[in-house]
Write a protein that binds this ligand. Structure first.
Ligand code: 13P
Length: 251
């Protein structure tokens, strides 16, 4: 049985006092709750990792980075390595988020290199894949996702069992439009079946989480789906009581 992972992606949000209030509300809300192996991950901007590392003391709450370099060290201005994230207590790191693929021109090759670097630093990469609305409407969804998966399978070989896969349809990110439970279920089941073709044992264990306009109001029904192993939450993760409800949804 795969456990559930709930990840807060704060993107370019947060500040010193908000972080304090958020950490205090979350820690209070989760205290003495049996999360049944559920893991909660907060991905703040890197500069706040150290602050949050000192504040998030509940044992089920972990830290994650929002990105890492595809290089290990050297003359790469502004970049952060997996080893550095590890130093700041990160257990996870997002890789290949659609906002980075679009704004920073990240290619699938870079995404694979980043994921490999994360694993060698001892951090689990949460690799984001997804299709645009146009691709979906043109019936290209499976082709697009399949290409993204193939790059991972080929580039990561035996490390593919050390990732979390995040399905984030681009048309659902920040739009208020969520995939219906049926739509999400169909894609997640299909994604797992694609990994089954490569290695059934890995497919069975692979956590596949969903992201895209997740809210307190839809979290429980999404988490009920057998092939949805968690949620990647953007906007709603910035509202402490709402994120807390998502963390507790369906327990
Ligand atoms: P929203 O939850 O704001 O749609 O963002 C989803 C996302 O991009 C999480 O990584």
């Amino acid at each position: 049985m795969r456990s559930k992972i709930i990840i807060a992606n704060w993107k370019l949000n947060g500040n010193w006092s908000f972080n304090e209030e958020f950490a205090s509300a979350l820690s209070k809300g989760l205290k003495e709750i049996d999360l049944k192996d559920r893991q909660i991950v907060i991905c703040p901007p890197n500069v706040y990792l150290q602050q949050l590392n000192g504040l998030l003391l509940e044992k089920s709450i972990f830290l994650g980075g929002q990105d890492l370099s595809d290089e290990l060290s050297g003359a790469y201005t502004g970049e952060i390595s997996g080893a550095m994230l590890k130093d700041f207590g990160c257990r996870y790191v997002l890789v290949g988020h659609s906002e980075r693929r679009a704004r920073h021109f990240e290619t699938t090759d870079m995404v694979v290199r980043k994921a490999v670097n994360a694993i060698s630093a001892g951090i689990t990469p949460v690799i984001c894949i997804g299709e645009t609305l146009e691709q979906r409407q043109k019936g290209l969804m499976k082709d697009v996702l399949s290409d993204q998966i193939q790059a991972l399978v080929v580039g990561m070989t035996d490390q593919i069992d050390s990732i979390v896969l995040a399905y984030e349809p681009l048309w659902a990110i920040g739009t208020g439009e969520t995939a219906t439970v049926e739509e999400a279920q169909e894609v997640h089941t299909w994604l797992r079946s694609e990994f089954e073709k490569v290695n059934p044992a890995i497919a069975e264990k692979l956590p596949i989480i969903y992201g895209g306009s997740v809210k307190a109001g839809n979290a429980a029904e999404l988490l009920q789906v057998a092939d949805i192993d968690g949620l990647l939450v953007g906007g709603a993760s910035l509202v402490p009581h709402e994120f807390l409800s998502i963390c507790l949804a369906g327990l």
